[in-house]
Structures are given as C-alpha cells and as structure tokens.
Design a protein around this ligand. Structure first.
Ligand code: NAP
Length: 241
C-alpha cells in the first residue's frame, strides 16, 4: 500500500487491517501520523508495518517489496494510492511541476506493480488496485499534469488486467470524486458549498467511502472483476442538477 499515513490511504490501511489483512504501508514524510496509525491498529491487535520511502525514487519499489516479502513471505494485495497535486496552468507549469506529479502518481504505479507481479504470478493470486481520480475525465484548468497521471493509471489498469488475468491477478482502479483530505483542504476552504451542490449525494466523500470500495475489489467476492474503473464520487460526474 503506498501513501498510507494520511487521508484516503490511511482509510484503506484501516479498513484492510480491520478485515484481517496484515498491512505494510509506505509514507514519505509524516512519521508522526504513520506511527500513530500503527499504534492505533496494534491496540486493536492488528498487524501493520510502516515503511518510510519516496515512491518517486526509482529504487524504492524493489526495496519496499523485498522487505515486505522478507517479513511476511507473500503479497496478496497492492494498493497504489500515493499521489500529489502541483496545480498550475500549462503556460506557467515548469518541468519539475510536471515531472514530480508524473513520477509520484504514475511512475510509482508502474514500479510497484512491476515489483509485485512476479511474486503474485508464482502464487497465482493477486489484487492490484490503483487509486485514480475523476479528474482524469474532467478538463480542470491547472491540472494537466495530474489528469495525465490519472488517465495513464486508468489505461495501465486495463492493459495489466489483460496481461495478468490468466495468472489469477485482477487489476482495477478506484476513481474518487471530491474527498475530505489534506489534499483538498485549500479548495474546500474556498468553495465547499459550491462543490457539495454538484454532488448528487449532497456531501463530500470521506476516506472510508474509498476504503470500502477498495476492500471490496481486494476481496474474493470481486474475483471476476478486472480492468474496471470504479467511480466513487457520490454522483459528482453525473452532471445532473
Ligand atoms: P493526502 O491527504 O495528501 O495524502 C497523501 C498520502 O500519500 C500521504 O500518506 C503521503 O505521505 C503519501 N505520499 C505522497 N507522496 C508520496 C511519496 N512521494 N512517497 C511516499 N508517499 C507519498 O492525499 P489524499 O487526498 O488522501 O489522496 C490519496 C490518493 O487519492 C491520491 O492518489 C490522490 O490523487 C487520489 N485522489 C484524491 C482525491 C481527493 O479528493 N482527496 C480525489 C481523487 C483522487 P506523507 O504524509 O508521509 O508525505
């Protein structure tokens, strides 16, 4: 699981652990939040491991996957969740703004998926779940880098599903709408009421809304679903009144 210390990732770690999975999660900088999550779940007798690594670093995926395999011998589920925004109009978007988002959001999905594929193929079972975004379907000004990364994730999800289905591995994506996390704090402060009006369910999403969909896709009950993008947005993209 990448990006597990805060927000949606924290919600997914929590729900997977509560369902009985041993969960190893990667975080980049917020050691305090990561340690607190481990502590809270250990109090509930859950087995959780926090690993500090930068998913944009090309070496990180192999190192992380090797350390999890060393500790627990197998990996059944990979959730590619870590993501960042570096918004800006294209005319002023510098190369780092573009590349940081592509390396973190899209490059990490390639590298972590690549690192788990052989172990999952040899155990003939696996679940890969990629966290995309409805932003890949919108034309939000200022999000060319982010939308490109998430569109790439959805294309990759379909290709990997085709490649890996015969090996017992399903590959799906979850596309959240507008979720209450640190990532959306600035825009919520500016326009929460306007956004809520556009959501059919008339509320913002919560990390657990995404976590429940992810846990379902990771379950045995979802074994015949692959290459799918599950939109979890309370109806935001329906465009109704
Ligand atoms: P968030 O609150 O900003 O949390 C991001 C998490 O990812 C943190 O745990 C962070 O760890 C980790 N992370 C970021 N960059 C990393 C890196 N380079 N290496 C390792 N870990 C890294 O974000 P969020 O809102 O939960 O978003 C999670 C995912 O959902 C992202 O892929 C995002 O694009 C997607 N999404 C979010 C929304 C939304 O409305 N919030 C909507 C659609 C899609 P540290 O704290 O330790 O740095």
């Amino acid at each position: 699981m990448t990006g597990g210390s805060r927000g949606i990732g924290r919600g997914i770690v929590w729900e997977l652990a509560r369902e009985g999975a041993k969960v190893a999660f990667v975080y980049r900088s917020n050691t305090e939040a990561a340690n607190q999550l481990v502590k809270d779940l250990e109090l509930d007798q859950r087995e959780v491991m926090a690993i500090q690594a930068d998913v944009a670093d090309p070496e990180s995926a192999n190192t992380v996957v090797e350390s999890v395999l060393e500790a627990w011998e197998q990996i059944d589920i990979l959730v590619n969740n870590a993501g960042i925004i570096r918004d800006g109009l294209l005319a002023t978007m510098d190369h780092d703004q573009w590349q940081d988002v592509i390396d973190t959001n899209l490059g990490s999905v390639y590298r972590f998926s690549h690192a788990v594929t052989r172990p999952m193929m040899s155990q003939r079972h696996g679940r890969i779940i990629n966290i995309s975004s409805v932003a890949s379907h919108f034309g939000n000004p200022g999000q060319a880098n982010y939308a490109a990364s998430k569109g790439g994730i959805e294309g990759m999800t379909r290709c990997l599903a085709t490649e890996l289905g015969r090996r017992g591995i399903t590959v799906n994506a979850v596309a959240p709408g507008f979720i209450e996390t640190d990532m959306t704090e600035a825009i919520r402060n500016m326009a929460e009421a306007e956004i809520v009006k556009k959501v059919s369910c008339r509320r913002l999403g919560r990390p657990e809304d995404i976590a429940h969909a992810t846990v379902f896709l990771a379950s045995d009950e979802a074994s015949y679903i692959t290459g799918h993008v599950l939109v979890v947005d309370g109806g935001l993209t329906l465009g109704g009144l």
